[in-house]
Design a protein around this ligand. Structure first.
Ligand code: DGL
Length: 270
């Protein structure tokens, strides 16, 4: 049993979609959330840069907060850096996130699946391997979405709407008839927060898949496996500390808006 916190990080506010699932699955745990907004967007960075950022953040997590587990709540950082983090911290339970291609194949009827993600995720070897393992089972329509995560980061409705319209149009026809995309994988943790705008382009029947819940379940499994789940329910309702390398008040308002979470956000100084 351990009451030490779980570290969660993303390039910005997107990982809050994963934090939401983590809090639902593990209500007795304490979380330290880092939004690396000062170095975003990750989706346009190269692997070396993302590996350096991941090391800096995890080093800070271990030194300043003695975390017991790490959740990389970012598809882009997972693809670029998780193997390096696992080597550097062999004793720490580490959970990453990847676009939900396998669940999409299982649930799609038309077997035409849209995948929205950052350019960096779609170009990564990790993603290419995942795609190659499944591309005989469905047709995947891959859509890099430059600018969408930054628009969500800014919470700029006009930019979010324009990007969602452009990218859903570029992917083709959505629907449940043969040849139509009936399943859309949200392969970036920011995109669930644009669902209302995306729906305008895809229509109401398309199934959206994001990776938050599987990540939360895997985190529970790993912690249970090493007997590190929190010992008892916290009496304090606020079990999250927020840190940002960008503008902390923007992170605090995003957490309030999307997670109904009242928590102060602090400046990250690694
Ligand atoms: N939220 C991140 C992901 O899941 C990336 C967004 C960005 O480009 O910074 O891929």
């Amino acid at each position: 049993m351990s009451n030490r916190p779980i570290g969660v990080f993303d390039s910005g506010v997107g990982g809050l979609s994963v934090l939401r699932a983590l809090r639902a699955e593990l209500p007795h745990e304490t979380f330290i959330y880092v939004a690396d907004s000062g170095h975003a967007p990750y989706g346009e960075r190269d692997d070396g840069y993302l590996i350096d950022r991941a090391h800096a953040i995890v080093n800070w997590f271990t030194q300043s907060h003695q975390i017991k587990a790490l959740v990389v709540a970012c598809n882009t950082a997972t693809a670029a850096a998780i193997h390096v983090l696992r080597q550097a911290y062999p004793d720490m339970p580490i959970v990453g996130i990847e676009p939900a291609l396998k669940p999409a194949v299982a649930q799609s009827k038309t077997k035409v699946i849209g995948v929205m993600a950052t350019r960096s995720t779609l170009n990564s070897d990790k993603f290419k391997r995942l795609l190659a393992s499944l591309d005989d089972q469905a047709r995947f329509v891959l859509q890099p979405c430059s600018g969408l995560a930054p628009a969500i980061e800014e919470f700029n409705a006009t930019k979010i709407g324009a990007a969602c319209a452009e990218y859903t149009r570029a992917m083709g026809t959505f629907g449940s008839k043969s040849g139509e995309i009936d399943t859309l994988v949200l392969g970036c943790t920011h995109y669930p927060f644009a669902e209302a705008s995306l729906r305008l382009g895809t229509g109401p029947t398309v199934t959206y898949l994001e990776g938050g819940s599987p990540v939360a379940q895997q985190t529970r499994r790993l912690l249970a496996g090493v007997n590190q789940l929190s010992a008892e329910p916290l009496t304090d309702a606020i079990n999250v500390k927020l840190f940002s390398s960008g503008y902390p008040p923007a992170l605090a308002s995003a957490a309030r808006r999307w997670l109904n979470l009242e928590a102060e956000a602090f400046s990250l100084r690694e």
